[in-house]
Design a protein around this ligand. Structure first.
Ligand SMILES: [Cu+2]
Length: 182
């Protein structure tokens, strides 16, 4: 029995040795090509979710305006409750008046949208058209046409709906969406 085992081990060694010798000409240090980040559709939101159990869920998304309109490319975006969210706003517009930001509110109420939207005008350019208001949950800086801005925030811990608006003067009435916390 022992000699049989020895023979077996010798055989394995021989096979291994042959295999290594046979592959000596191939380049084993070849590195895998780094996959380029997929180019997403214009105006789409790309979600990159890391579900590593040791870390809080993190989500990265890119939002764009709809062409040269006072509109976001998407009416709603959703994030998991409590997730670390990196929101990138890429202002792909080119018209000088298409200055945009993304202001996420604590509610989905029209009254809050109205109040914040109007207060933004009073806040003025010096304050980036961002008023002080308890209904503001998170906000990106203003993005000039062609500019990209971003913000990182922790999503609300409870599922719900939160309006997001652009507070550049004249935009908020049309330029809205809903952040859905799932
Ligand atoms: Cu805008």
């Amino acid at each position: 029995m022992k000699s049989l085992l020895n023979s077996f081990l010798v055989l394995i060694f021989a096979v291994t040795f042959v295999a290594c010798g046979g592959e000596s000409t191939s380049d084993s240090s070849e590195t895998a090509a780094v996959e380029a980040e997929g180019s997403s559709e214009p105006g789409s939101v790309s979600l990159e979710t890391s579900e590593d159990a040791s870390e809080p869920l993190s989500v990265e998304m890119t939002l764009r305006p709809l062409g040269e309109e006072m509109k976001y490319a998407l009416d709603s975006i959703s994030v998991p409750a409590g997730a670390e969210v990196r929101l990138i706003f890429e202002n792909t517009a080119t018209l000088p008046t298409m200055v945009h930001n993304v202001v996420i509110l604590t509610t989905n109420n029209d009254e809050d949208v109205q109040r914040v939207g109007m207060a933004a005008i009073t806040a003025g350019e010096a304050n980036g058209y961002l008023p002080e208001d308890e209904a503001i949950f998170a906000a990106t800086p203003m993005a000039q046409p062609g500019e990209t801005v971003e913000i990182t925030f922790t999503a609300p811990s409870e599922p719900g709906q939160h309006r997001f608006i652009c507070t550049y003067p004249g935009h908020y009435a049309l330029m809205q969406g809903v952040l859905v916390v799932t």
